[in-house]
Design a binder for this molecule. Structure first.
Ligand SMILES: Nc1ncnc2c1ncn2[C@@H]1O[C@H](COP(=O)(O)OP(=O)(O)O)[C@@H](O)[C@H]1O
Ligand SMILES: [Mg+2]
Length: 511
């Protein structure tokens, strides 16, 4: 088999950290090569070097046998390299079509953009690879899953044949994941080669030919996937054995902390996304809202946290109606939030971590006194939190939010929210994009919160997480609760039927 990409002895330093330490990596033509490693292991950095976004401090790159200097993504594109980034790089107020053709617009007379031909080209690609998109929709109005399909189309539109997928499945539903696997196989059949970054060992087992494991910037090894078990790969990745099961005792739910009655919420298209929804969440339980992406979960989360106006109904937290309360009041009433979109709502990316860790608490002593911030106390507080939750960054509390790897940004948000120990913690996709070591840790933290008598309202698209972590599961389908079940007595099959709308379960009567 021909080697299409060869990276030799790549070293990349950032202030205070060696992100890639003498890394050698090769991709053969027609293979899917997985890149596995903990959050912050250096995977995205390595791929950003290949895509020309960063320059290596040392090392060489050969593409199709020839030494190359990849000065920028434009050069990478010309070399046939395409990348779907971990955090999408789409322009939110442009349409799907405009994003795909950005910088490559087909022209007609007088330099006008030939939208019709662009549209046709995109439609052809989207049918050929089964990538359903709404070409005229604005990015800000479409789901994360569709945004990703736009990113893939963008790469195909540029005729890339070396395809880098940086954690593509972290944001997808199980159905979308199997579709993506199908798409990737089709891409391989058409002569493309793929580098796949994922934390999910099952996906590596399912899709990849070889797997290279990175730990703290260095290569631990490259294995043939068929000859290596999930446990072996996990151990190479974290350097210790990992447990795949969440240890927890049966829940002991007490009184109701969150009471939702007749809630109606509209989506961005002004259609009802949540329809007369009722729910009770009790202290001492992990209550999970499960469902296929786009069935109203985001709108429900936004309504609860104050990010979206409701149409009608009531939300009672801790005995207090909060449906029209400002966000700070909800926070002070006992609400915590690990948001689905960590960049939009979780962190202020241009603030440093010290500032990010005190967003809801800066007005409290000792962080400030008489309205004046105490820089030293803030720094110490954040540094402690980051150490306690193993948030890795180059400059500790002084690191800018943007510079942390995705997984470490997520860990930082979780640290901040759990530290406040809110009575109700809304956790939306809390482990999305995290490595198994970190997932194990976060799950333990959430269970510990529960055992303190707090409630966790979990939103997860991950069937395994739902079944493993939740005590009670409410399935949401088209903005309504299709059924509520006990996590111990249900199974993947029953949930799947309710999630797809083919079966209704039991819903209690609410007064
Ligand atoms: N632009 C940057 N500036 C400073 N540090 C960075 C930057 N990008 C990444 N890092 C650091 O380099 C390390 C590797 O990050 P990354 O490649 O994103 O990890 P992974 O993708 O494996 O999770 C992390 O410690 C991260 O904080
Ligand atoms: Mg990454």
């Amino acid at each position: 088999m021909d080697t299409i990409v060869e990276m030799k002895h790549i070293t990349k330093r950032f202030p205070g950290i060696i992100a890639n330490n003498d890394v050698s990596f090769s991709l053969r033509k027609g293979e899917i090569h997985a890149l596995l490693g903990e959050n912050g292991a250096g995977k995205s950095t390595l791929m950003s070097i290949l895509f020309g976004m960063y320059q290596a401090d040392e090392g060489e790159i050969y593409i199709r046998g020839k030494p190359v200097h990849i000065a920028n993504p434009y050069t990478a594109t010309k070399l046939g390299i395409g990348m779907v980034h971990q955090h999408f790089k789409l322009v939110h107020n442009l349409t799907v079509t405009e994003n795909i053709i950005l910088g490559m617009e087909p022209r007609k007379s007088f330099g006008r953009i030939d939208m019709a031909s662009a549209q046709k080209n995109i439609e052809a690609l989207s049918t050929r690879y089964g990538l359903a998109v709404d070409p005229s929709a604005k990015i800000e109005d479409i789901t994360v899953g569709m945004q990703q399909r736009v990113e893939i189309l963008k790469m195909l539109y540029r005729n890339a044949d070396i395809l880098i997928f940086d954690e593509p499945t972290a944001v997808l539903t199980p159905q979308e994941i199997s579709e993506l696997m199908h798409i990737m196989r089709r891409l391989i059949e058409e002569g493309k080669s793929i580098i796949l970054i994922t934390h999910k060992l099952k996906e590596i087992k399912m899709a990849a030919d070889r797997c290279t494991i990175l730990r703290r910037g260095a290569v631990i090894g490259t294995v043939q996937v068929a000859d290596t078990s999930e446990e072996q790969m996990a151990e190479m990745m974290v350097g210790r054995t990992v447990s795949f099961k969440v240890p927890k005792k049966p829940s002991e739910p007490t009184d109701i902390i969150l009471k939702i009655r007749n809630l109606c919420v509209k989506n961005n298209k002004q259609l009802l996304a949540i329809k007369n929804l009722n729910l009770d969440v009790k202290r001492g339980e992990i209550f999970c809202v499960a469902g296929i992406d786009g069935n109203g979960q985001s709108e429900l989360i936004e309504a609860l946290t104050g990010l979206r106006k409701i149409e009608s109904g009531t939300i009672e937290l801790n005995g207090k109606q909060i449906q029209s309360a400002p966000i700070r009041e909800r926070t002070l009433t006992g609400l915590g939030h690990i948001p689905e979109d960590r960049h939009k709502y979780g962190l202020v990316l241009d603030f440093n971590m010290a500032e990010n860790m005190i967003l809801q608490t800066y007005f409290n002593e000792p962080l400030s006194k008489h309205g004046i911030l105490n820089a030293e106390a803030i720094h110490r507080h954040s540094q402690d939190l980051m150490e306690q939750f193993d948030v890795r960054s180059s400059l500790g509390a002084l690191s800018i939010g943007r510079s942390l790897s995705g997984g470490n940004q997520q860990k930082a948000i979780i640290a901040r929210e759990i530290y406040r120990s809110p009575q109700l913690l809304i956790a939306a996709q809390p482990t999305r994009g995290l490595d198994i070591g970190a997932i194990e840790y976060i799950h333990r933290c959430l269970v510990a919160e529960r055992d303190k008598g707090h409630a966790i309202l979990l939103f997860s698209l991950e069937m395994e997480e739902v079944l493993n972590l939740a005590d009670t599961i409410a399935v949401i389908y088209e903005g309504e609760i299709a059924g509520i079940v006990n996590a111990d007595t249900t199974n993947e099959n029953e949930l799947g039927l309710m999630m797809s709308g083919s079966q209704k379960g039991v819903v209690p009567d609410y007064e």
